[in-house]
Design a protein around this ligand. Structure first.
Ligand code: ZN
Ligand code: ZN
Length: 161
């Protein structure tokens, strides 16, 4: 049987959520941080559950009441299986996909950056135009149409929010 091939970062994030105890943020294992399921269906590690039973016997995820004792809770074997896959060699070999995901995000950021740079240019031009309008009435060149320039500046601001 082939191990599943995880295609993208989204899968890896979701997988990390499954294999991590959401209380202590540590990855489950079969020796100490055993994933145990409580009645509501949520899973936490056994040390966290032991503390939970002592202090506040309710599920941190959904606040459902938890009964009994930690030792009686069933082990979540499905979670342990996912931990196996997560830590298997196959998993760390999906580097090519990671590279693609990184490139995708880099491109997005560079595009945004280019947009910002062009906005800065537009803003500089707007400031220069406004500067022309700040000279006194007598110094102003006759052909300068104040209303038109102000309107242009308004348009630029609207398009480069
Ligand atoms: Zn824990
Ligand atoms: Zn719950």
């Amino acid at each position: 049987m082939r191990s599943p091939n995880f295609q993208n970062i989204d899968t890896s994030i979701r997988m990390e959520e499954i294999v991590t105890c959401s209380i202590c943020m540590q990855v489950f294992d079969s020796l100490h941080l055993i994933p145990k399921m409580i009645e509501c269906g949520h899973t936490f590690c056994s040390p966290c559950l032991t503390k939970l039973f002592q202090n506040n016997p309710s599920c941190p995820n959904c606040r459902a009441e938890i009964k009994g004792t930690e030792s009686l809770l069933p082990i979540n074997y499905n979670t342990l299986k996912v931990v196996d896959i997560y830590e298997s060699k196959n998993w760390s070999e999906s580097e090519m996909d990671t590279a693609a995901e990184v490139t995708k995000r880099k491109d997005m950021i560079l595009k945004k950056k280019a947009q910002m740079t062009s906005s800065i240019e537009v803003f500089d031009k707007c400031l220069a135009k406004l500067e022309k309008l700040t000279v006194s009435e007598s110094e102003r060149i006759d052909t300068v149409n104040v209303k038109r320039i102000l309107k242009e500046v308004d348009e630029d601001l609207k398009n480069n929010r």
